[in-house]
Design a protein around this ligand. Structure first.
Ligand code: AMP
Length: 217
């Protein structure tokens, strides 16, 4: 199974990708995590990408497509969930071409929908583990020990540098301008499933499972 999770920053794509991956034995692939790893390692891609991430802008399509092709090529036989990719129509076309070359098909696109005010609020409370990228929310999904990852107790949780309120507003604008056209693009292709992202994490996960039942023949 190959699925895409679509939605603006803060709707819970990362959290749901992790749960879905565990339940279905799939790999969750987050382009944001991949790029942050490149930045941390100081690779040429990381050096080129850094300014875009810090400003809340999208990294150019050619860099993203190159990175994704390289990473997915040897994993195409297995199922995976794409979190944060594609984010533009050219990226969606690139994904379709990549899958077609290997005889694979996208099974569905899960669009997680949450009102904008809630998204901004959630991102202010978001903390991540820099070791495993697990996402917490200080209010709704706290770690067992405050400020520490459940899986890496020695590692302090951090606020992502692009989660400050000004950059968050900009990232949401970028989503509307560059990523939202994908909703219509995938709907036209009969692949879009809309998921209400409000409520408890488990409730949202239940809605995703119900949508998958409809999507999986
Ligand atoms: P995320 O962790 O998905 O919120 O992504 C964090 C940042 O990484 C974004 O604001 C972009 O700067 C960059 N990024 C992640 N995925 C993509 C993508 N598919 N296309 C372009 N930029 C991306």
């Amino acid at each position: 199974m190959i699925f895409v999770l679509l939605g603006p920053p803060g709707v819970g794509k990362g959290t749901q990708a992790r749960l879905l991956a565990q339940r279905h034995n799939l790999e969750a692939v987050s382009t944001g995590d991949m790029i942050r790893a490149e930045v941390a390692l100081g690779t040429p891609l990381g050096l080129s990408a850094r300014a875009y991430i810090d400003a809340g802008n999208l990294v150019p399509d050619d860099l993203i497509l190159q990175m994704v092709e390289g990473r997915l090529q040897n994993r195409l036989a297995a199922g995976f969930l794409l979190d944060g990719f594609p984010r533009t129509v050219p990226q969606a076309e690139g994904l379709t071409a990549l899958l077609a070359r290997t005889g694979r098909q996208l099974r569905g696109v899960l669009q997680i929908v949450v009102p904008e005010e809630r998204v901004v609020e959630r991102l202010g409370h978001r903390r991540v583990c820099p070791e495993c990228n697990r996402v917490y929310n200080l209010e709704s999904q706290p770690s067992a020990v405050p400020g520490r990852c459940d899986d890496h107790p020695g590692v302090p949780l951090v606020l992502r540098s692009d989660d400050d309120p000004v950059t968050v507003r900009h990232r949401i604008r970028v989503y509307h301008q560059q990523t939202e056209p994908l909703v219509a693009w995938y709907r036209e292709r009969g692949l879009l499933r809309e998921i209400d992202g409000l409520g408890e994490v488990d409730d949202v996960a239940g809605r995703i499972e119900a949508a998958l039942d409809g999507a999986v023949p």
